[in-house]
Design a protein around this ligand. Structure first.
Ligand code: F3S
Length: 64
């Protein structure tokens, strides 16, 4: 699975790195940073949770 983050939409809600800490991190301003370009199968579930819980719809699955 690959993810794409639209940083123009991210306003720093922080749900992504709270729900999926193996996949996302925060920058100094609390915006989302992808930890890895390709999500390992073990972390796909938490990644999907982050995608559906981002209030700004800033994260998309780009490739299954
Ligand atoms: Fe940004 Fe959404 Fe995460 S607004 S910090 S990508 S929950």
């Amino acid at each position: 699975m690959k993810l794409a983050v639209d940083l123009a939409r991210c306003t720093g809600h922080g749900r992504c790195y709270t729900l999926a800490p193996h996949v996302f991190d925060a920058d100094d301003e609390g915006h989302c940073v992808l930890v890895t370009a390709e999500v390992a199968p073990a972390y796909e579930r938490e990644a999907r949770s982050a995608v559906v819980n981002c209030p700004e719809d800033a994260i998309a699955i780009s490739e299954e």
